[in-house]
Design a binder for this molecule. Sequence first.
Ligand code: C5P
Length: 222
Amino acid sequence: MNELQIAIDGPASAGKSTIAKILATDLKYVYVDTGAMYRAITFAVLTQNVNPKDEVAVSAMVPELEISFAPGNPVQKVFLNRQEITTEIRSVEVTANVSLISSYAVVRTAMTALQRKIAADGGVVMDGRDIGTTVLPAAQVKIFLIASVHERALRRYKENQAKGMPESLAEIEEAVQKRDHLDSTRQISPLKKAVDAIEVDTTGLSIPEVVHVIKEIIHQQQ
Ligand code: C5P
């Protein structure tokens, strides 16, 4: 079996990471969470007291930032300059600023290069917003995962409740919509379905059902 590049894109909280992780485990592929990379940079900006709106200052930080991953359960561990920031990158503050930071050209160029390097030999499931369109345009499998805004917000709400995060459903729904708008209207590599991607609507589907649908799609590529 050839080692494929599998791209999973879609809006916030569409279930990309959950599905991508299961697929990677089952296929014995590497899972790459590209959103975590943009979150790591955002975390660095906020903790170093750089103004997120100052593109020049944010861009100047990028060469100094080393992002790495390590296996972890239930989530992959994320490190910034060897310091673990797995939990910190999921904060409300990072989430509220990540779309702005990820719209900057210097940030995107550096992350795209890193992502291509990791995926060069195939055997990867990479989730994000621009994997099928920009990062891996030759990926053999491209999935565009969507779900209604309400369902996505509800899933995030339940996850947050379990972690003791106090945001209300209405606040989450608003934040999800705002992030989708920023991500899909930015100038560089906006969130967009690649012309050759297959759209999978996960509204009302269970996780095993979505995994099954995508495995069928992968099977057809082999
Ligand atoms: O996937 P996640 O919700 O963690 O991504 C956080 C943010 O990172 C997105 O809202 C988007 O602004 C940015 N992102 C991106 N390109 C990617 C992955 C994420 O711009 N490939």
